[in-house]
Design a binder for this molecule. Structure first.
Ligand code: GLN
Length: 307
């Protein structure tokens, strides 16, 4: 596997299309040349190529995992009453997308749904809720995680669009538990987006999902087994936003991206595949990351519906 990953790094390194996510000013400081691929299997083998320990923030890669935590808090029915499971065909940061009658966000992978989900987390204080998020990611990664405070401050100061989305959710009474304020919900959401990871750790998070929720190296359970399929099916239908259909068609794997440049794809029962390269296409997905996932899927016949 390692020679294949090295080969892909060599082949796609010359691709320099795309742009950094400058709408969060701190993310524009990323090095556009950075490029890494990691594959972690359910039996705990990790194959890496490129700058696989270079750190980057989770951004939207955090969404399915936090959704899993709120599923454990509230169960499927309660959560579905607040946040739907339908793809939108629209951008991740769309403001107008709420379901017509219920005013629920369409799904937990777009910002409106993710902000609503985070606002539903159980905990007595905002600090306590965030501790739960940190512990969650520590279980998936197998070691403690931390926040990039600069990225957090940067998005908090400039995230007017997400602020507008939170106000809209509040207006329709679908922002979280009774008493959760807009600022608290947004701060929690911006913080979860600012958690640092690297390509190797991201692949292990994927391998944990592929392994039914048990981290392959520590053998610790990160999420109740019954909810793993909820995360994976939403990643499959909605994880890549307005490119979800094309991704399902060409790559055929549940996946999630983040505007910092990470992409995670999961092959259930087998492995997590992570790619990092911060140059993004117009929908906010890593250009090289998309190309690498496509090629790995083709080459190893990983498409979910491969005959
Ligand atoms: N924090 C980012 C935002 O809310 C996450 C978006 C993403 O990674 N697609 O805009």
């Amino acid at each position: 596997m390692k020679p294949v990953l090295d080969e892909l790094i060599g082949r796609y390194r010359p691709v320099t299309e795309g742009s950094l996510a400058a709408y969060i000013p701190e993310l524009a400081r990323a090095n556009p040349a950075d490029f890494a691929i990691a594959v972690a299997t359910t039996d705990g083998e990790v194959h890496e190529a490129g700058d696989s320990v270079r750190e980057f923030t989770l951004q939207s890669l955090s969404k399915p995992f936090v959704y899993g935590l709120t599923l454990e808090d509230h169960g499927r029915e309660r959560l579905r009453a607040q946040v739907g499971v339908e793809p939108t065909g629209d951008a991740f940061n769309s403001i107008i997308e709420l379901e017509r009658h219920s005013h629920r966000p369409y799904n937990p992978m777009i910002n409106s749904g993710a902000i609503a989900v985070t606002s539903l987390l159980k905990g007595d204080t905002a600090g306590g809720k965030f501790e739960r998020i940190l512990e969650l990611f520590a279980r998936y990664v197998g070691k403690p995680v931390r926040v990039d405070e600069q990225v957090f401050a940067s998005e908090r100061a400039t995230g007017h669009r997400n602020r507008a989305i939170a106000h809209l959710l509040r207006n329709f009474g679908v922002l979280g538990e009774e008493g959760v304020g807009i600022d608290e919900a947004l701060d929690l959401y911006f913080r979860q987006c600012s958690i640092l990871t690297n390509t190797r750790d991201l692949a292990l998070m994927g391998a944990t999902l592929a392994n039914g929720g048990v981290q392959p190296l520590t053998r610790e359970r990160a999420i109740a087994r019954e909810y793993v399929r909820d995360l994976l099916s939403l990643m499959f239908s909605c994880g890549m936003y307005d490119a979800a259909g094309e991704w399902a068609y060409t790559v055929g794997l549940p996946a999630k991206s983040g505007v910092s440049g990470g992409i995670l794809a999961v092959v259930p029962g087998r492995m997590g595949i992570a790619v990092y390269s911060p140059l993004l296409d117009s929908r906010g997905h890593s250009v090289r990351g998309t190309a690498v996932c496509r090629e790995l899927s083709e080459r190893f016949r990983l498409h979910a519906f491969e005959a």
